[in-house]
Design a binder for this molecule. Structure first.
Ligand code: NDP
Length: 276
């Protein structure tokens, strides 16, 4: 019987995950199906249990259920524990429900492997303090980031996130108005401001010719943050399409024990995005 996988979310219609996992399965000759399922708010836990019976082998979880998936998991990876959110569910051999979070490692892989951004000793500015940012902090530190300044519209949320880490880890939180006017090695936009066509108020002096700028959002057109970074003369400007594919590849590895080649999948997705 074909192994079944799915992504649960609400809304879910525009999810690219089925397309990504179909490409991974084809490339690695794995017999599996992967669908996108819109789950009603009150039915999430029951839907997970239903799916992971029989030939339902694994789930990706997206907005708004990542925290509920974290609570539902009976075993969690260290990175999921720190993220406070789970985007990958599967069953352990003993039958327990396992939860992992592959978003952070997806970002790190896209930065370091696909775009050759040197994270060792990097001074990082992260804009935003929501779920996505929380998930990437520990993986960035593990990849060698020397310091991370989290700046958020609501400064208290940034400060609360920074407090999850030991003071020696070099993670600080502040409001946008307290961002120092000095150049960073890496600036990551983890706000959803681009969705509204907006740009967080970041001092221009944070960007120099050696600064790498990354927007977790992506789209057919360059995001407002990417356009701004380009205009400031940033050394490298990237959007979040690679992160999306890399987090999926890490989930695929957990489920299937084989790592797909992400480069052709990122390229195919980019082409299909710009064709529409
Ligand atoms: P959340 O809703 O948890 O957090 C949203 C964040 O954006 C908050 O920090 C919020 O600030 C800030 N924000 C919202 N609107 C504005 C604005 N107009 N100006 C400044 N700040 C704003 O969202 P997530 O953390 O889940 O997602 C954030 C982004 O990351 C989204 O664009 C999402 O698409 C993207 N993402 C990409 C992934 C990928 O694989 N490429 C994976 C996961 C997320 P405040 O606290 O003040 O409200």
């Amino acid at each position: 019987m074909t192994d079944r996988y799915a992504v649960f979310g609400n809304p879910i219609a525009h999810s690219k995950s089925p397309q990504i996992h179909a490409r991974f399965a084809h490339q690695t000759a794995q017999d599996l199906s992967y669908s996108a399922e819109r789950i009603n708010e009150d039915a999430f836990e029951a839907a997970v249990e239903d799916f992971l019976q029989g030939n339902g082998k694994g789930l990706n979880i997206t907005v708004p259920f990542k925290e509920r998936a974290w609570a539902l998991a009976q075993w969690r990876s260290e990175r999921a524990e720190l993220a406070g959110a789970v985007n990958t569910l599967y069953r352990l051999e003993d039958g327990r429900l396992a939860g992992d979070n592959t978003d952070g490692v997806g970002l790190v892989r896209d930065l370091a492997d696909n775009n050759e951004v040197d994270l060792e000793g990097a001074r990082v500015l992260i804009l935003g303090a929501g779920g996505a940012v929380r998930g990437v902090l520990q993986p960035l530190l593990a990849a060698g980031a020397r310091s991370i300044l989290i700046a958020n519209r609501t400064s208290a949320r940034a400060e609360t996130l920074a407090q999850l880490f030991d003071s020696a880890a070099g993670v600080m939180g502040c409001g946008f108005d307290a961002i120092p006017a000095t150049a960073f090695d890496l600036i990551i936009n983890g706000t959803s401001a681009s969705l509204q066509g907006e740009l967080p108020p970041v001092p221009e002096a944070t960007v120099s010719a050696h600064t790498a700028c990354y927007d977790m959002m992506y789209g057919a057109e360059s995001t407002p943050f990417c356009r701004w970074a380009q205009a400031q003369g940033a050394g490298r400007v990237m959007d979040g399409l690679g992160m999306l594919v890399e987090q999926a590849a890490e989930a695929f590895l957990i489920w299937r024990g084989v790592r797909p080649d992400t480069a052709p999948v990122i390229q195919a997705l980019r082409e299909s995005l710009t064709a529409h």
